[in-house]
Design a protein around this ligand. Sequence first.
Ligand code: SAH
Ligand code: DHB
Ligand code: MG
Length: 226
Amino acid sequence: MSHTSRVTRELWTAVDDYIDGLFVPPDAALDAALADARAAGLPPINVAPNQGKLLMLLAKAVGARRILEIGTLAGYSTIWLARALPADGVVITLEADPRHAEVARANLARAGCGNVEVRLGDAAETLPTLEDEAPFDLVFIDADKEGYPTYFDWSMRLSRPGTLIVADNVIRAGGVVDPDTDDARVLGVRRFNELVAADPRVSATAVQTVGSKGHDGFTLAVVRET
Ligand code: SAH
Ligand code: DHB
Ligand code: MG
């Protein structure tokens, strides 16, 4: 981010606006979710609209019926994921902050997402309670970056062959290639990427992204069939 000029950021945002103008029409429930998150003073660290739609399309593409999200915030990404589900599908989303969970529950109710359960608590503690509700078809990792290595471990335990694991914020404006970084969040996602890359149980890649949320990226991993 610090190496990126204002003009460059403006261009990325203009292109995101162009993409949204084509592919992501205004949506009352999603727009209200962002407005209420802002009004409640929550940080604007939701996925971008086109990224939310990407999550929905990925969930549809894998035919997800059971989705696990780690890091709810105001439920913006959660609404996108819930919209990919068939009538009997479910999203379980984990959130540590009670204020965030409260805003999310209201946003999800207004969006008509009756198929979402917000589980309050530190994900390191709520993940081990989900074994009876596994396997999940898609896992979206987006909570505290220091926890990503642990969240990968639990994603694998709660998966089946074919499960898609998606992780947000795995590039951190290029921080992952800074050998001198002492940022615990960058170290967390870098360790996560290394763990995923070295794990023979998954086939994985990462893609960097630029846009209204800056320069970051997603890691995608599919649990192998054999
Ligand atoms: N997925 C959301 C953004 C999530 S922001 C979206 O794109 O719309 C990250 C969220 O993770 C924050 O709400 C934060 O409170 C939550 N979080 C941070 N540490 C956590 C932990 N240990 N367990 C569960 N949630 C956590
Ligand atoms: C942060 C967290 C996110 O999930 C995100 O998409 C962007 C930033 C953060 O904690 O700074
Ligand atoms: Mg994120």
